[in-house]
Design a protein around this ligand. Structure first.
Ligand SMILES: Cc1cc2nc3c(=O)[nH]c(=O)nc-3n(C[C@H](O)[C@H](O)[C@H](O)COP(=O)(O)OP(=O)(O)OC[C@H]3O[C@@H](n4cnc5c(N)ncnc54)[C@H](O)[C@@H]3O)c2cc1C
Length: 217
């Protein structure tokens, strides 16, 4: 589970910006992963629980070997394109004489607001002058913009990883190896991870205690 490497340059130019409740979705056929939470822009992609959990989900599947993977990034997990269209229409009524870019900058960090304007090919217009088609275009970008992930890593920046000891080779009551008597396992050496949010450290502590007390007899 490591940060996602993202191809789009505009993402990598936003290093240091964070969002508190974003959403990343991967979907292909019946396979669908959706993660929501804090997201951090880095010099080579996206980090934070939302991205790292998705990287973990993708690593569970054959998707990791496919090179490039399309993701949908929604900066505010709670709003799809139609919700954004209502928000923009509301701004138009209340803040019609202001520039779109200025008002969008009240909602997102300024550099991110500028990036969204660039993607929707708008920004300098006064809100009252914004044609319906442009409002639709911006709402569509804010409701979910396509990104290209080309992997995750590097391993030095991984938050958690699965080890090589298969769970079926371990007695869950004692964490003793079923293959080698007297050998006990704890933490990441086992083929198991949880999402960000304390599950991995909890697993390390709990499994360490169980393995230790089992070994002590
Ligand atoms: C930056 C970061 C942030 C994280 N944040 C969270 C979080 O917020 N919540 C959460 O739940 N999890 C978090 N994790 C994950 C969590 O810390 C790990 O899942 C957990 O520490 C794994 O514990 P472990 O004992 O299995 O392995 P480790 O903590 O890696 O311990 C392994 C130990 O073995 C030692 N070692 C390695 N090789 C040898 C050797 N040959 N001889 C002797 N000693 C050796 C290492 O030096 C190390 O001290 C985070 C991880 C990172 C890197």
């Amino acid at each position: 589970m490591a940060p996602l490497l993202i191809r789009e340059r505009w993402v990598r130019e936003l290093t240091g910006i964070s969002l508190s409740d974003s959403e990343l979705t991967f979907s292909r056929g019946r396979l669908r992963f959706r993660n929501r939470g804090e997201l951090l822009f880095t010099h080579d992609g996206l980090s934070g629980p939302c991205a790292i959990d998705l990287a973990g989900d993708l690593a569970e599947t054959c998707v990791r070997n496919e090179g490039e993977t399309e993701l949908i990034f929604r900066p505010d997990a709670a709003k799809d394109a139609s919700a954004w269209r209502s928000v923009i229409d509301g701004w138009r009524v209340k803040e019609g004489r202001r520039q779109l870019r200025t008002v969008l900058g009240w909602t997102f960090p300024r550099a991110l607001a500028d990036a969204f304007c660039l993607l929707a090919d708008c920004g300098d217009e006064k809100l009252c002058e914004l044609p319906s088609a442009v409002r639709d275009r911006l709402a569509s970008v804010l409701g979910g913009v396509s990104l290209t992930a080309y992997g995750s890593g590097p391993i030095e920046r991984a938050m958690a990883m699965k080890g090589g000891i298969r769970l079926k080779e371990i007695d869950p009551a004692t964490l003793e190896s079923r293959l080698v008597h007297g050998l006990y396992f704890a933490g990441e050496i086992m083929d198991l991870t949880g999402p960000c949010g304390g599950y991995n450290i909890q697993w390390a502590l709990s499994s360490g205690r169980l393995a230790g007390s089992s070994a002590a007899g």
